[in-house]
Design a protein around this ligand. Structure first.
Ligand code: ZN
Ligand code: ZN
Length: 354
């Protein structure tokens, strides 16, 4: 049996490298040589510092981490019907039962089967290893035009953002306000711009992230988080407010800014996870006819649609990556991401090491 290195998260703000058997694909499964595995905010929030999550967010101790995996198929199990050896693939990061109503809609994230729902990097081994065992039904073909690091980000972050933006509907009429300019906020700006938004305004508290956002040139204005944010956005929009607002921060005040800085009939979507939000229903939403959406990950057909459109739009998710690490330095990668003074952080292999 051949062996490989994989990273696990013990839950005390460290990363442990361990040796595992390289799995053999069974019926309907493939073995993927990992090429890029990006770190998601939820890895930090629910696993890295301590094992917080329950149910679908419960990390099984000892599992190989990483739920934004992208790589190349090197071995095919029996019964595979579409994918072949050599295919470049994104792994939709939750393997569902395939038969419940949520799975039939493509939302394996919400699979109701306690027995069969297993998220990569949470309840089954994920992408922070040299190889990953995946089910064929969880794969999305990565177009030739995109790199593995483009694809890794679609596996969770960009997919999640695209779903949220489709819910509120982005068009050329819109000023889009984005609160929280970590990787999800930056992805929101990149996609909203590609979808035709007229003007994009960001709000962020951490100076390093403000600088990264400005450097990427995805925003028309980047504001420092503060008490006068609602007024600033109103001033920029002729007193009206933004048509669409997106919270990627999970911060109580930022969420309130998203609600109050939206104009009458405006649409608000919450993507950032955890925390609370306090607002006054009548003045903040009811009287101004506003709608608040919640959005969790995406479905697999929309992920396929997204990779097609990313190519058509000519955008590159990998442009949001500010730091790349080899697997041996996964501890540095997670520590950097936990500090928040970065864009997207990736653990990369082979040709993605640059
Ligand atoms: Zn994620
Ligand atoms: Zn299911």
């Amino acid at each position: 049996m051949k062996r490989m290195t994989g990273a696990i998260l013990p839950g005390n703000s460290t990363v442990e490298l361990k040796t595992f058997d390289i799995p053999t694909p069974g019926y309907g499964e493939v073995l993927v040589k990992m090429k890029s595995s990006t770190i998601c905010g939820s890895d930090i929030r629910c696993i890295y510092h301590e094992h917080l999550g329950k149910g679908p967010e419960g990390y099984q101790p000892g599992m190989i981490a990483g739920h934004e995996p992208c790589g190349q198929i090197v071995e095919i199990g029996q019964g595979c019907r579409r994918f072949r050896e050599g295919d470049r693939v994104i792994i939709y990061h939750i393997s569902g039962c395939g038969l419940c109503n949520d799975c039939r809609r493509g939302y394996m994230i919400s699979c109701t089967s306690e027995q069969y729902r297993r998220a990569y990097g949470w309840q089954r081994d994920g992408g922070m290893a040299e190889y990953l065992l995946a089910e064929e039904k969880d794969l999305v073909l990565l177009p030739d035009e995109l790199s593995y690091s483009d694809g890794a980000q679609v596996a969770c972050g960009f997919g999640t953002v695209y779903e949220g933006l489709e819910k509120i509907g982005i068009c050329g009429n819109d000023t889009v306000l984005i609160t929280g300019l970590g990787p999800v906020g930056l992805a929101t700006a990149m996609l909203a711009k590609a979808m035709g938004a007229d003007r994009i305004v960001g709000i962020e508290a951490i100076d390093e992230r403000i600088r990264i956002a400005e450097k990427l040139k995805l925003f028309d204005a980047v504001l420092k988080a503060g008490a006068d944010n609602v007024q600033q956005v109103r001033t920029m929009t002729g007193g009206m407010g933004a048509e669409k607002t997106v919270d990627c921060s999970a911060n109580d005040k930022a969420r309130l800014t998203c609600i109050q800085a939206a104009r009458k009939w405006g649409k608000i979507v919450f993507l950032g996870e955890g925390g609370t939000c306090s607002f006054q229903p009548s003045p903040d939403i009811i009287h101004d006819q506003k709608t608040i959406y919640g959005s969790w990950v995406t479905n697999i057909w929309r992920m396929e649609e997204l990779v097609e459109r990313i190519v058509r739009w000519g955008i590159r998710p990998e442009d949001l990556i500010t730091h790349r690490f080899p697997l041996e330095k996964a501890d540095e990668a997670y520590a950097l991401m936990a500090g928040g003074k970065c864009g997207k952080v990736a653990v990369v292999f082979d040709e993605e090491l640059r």
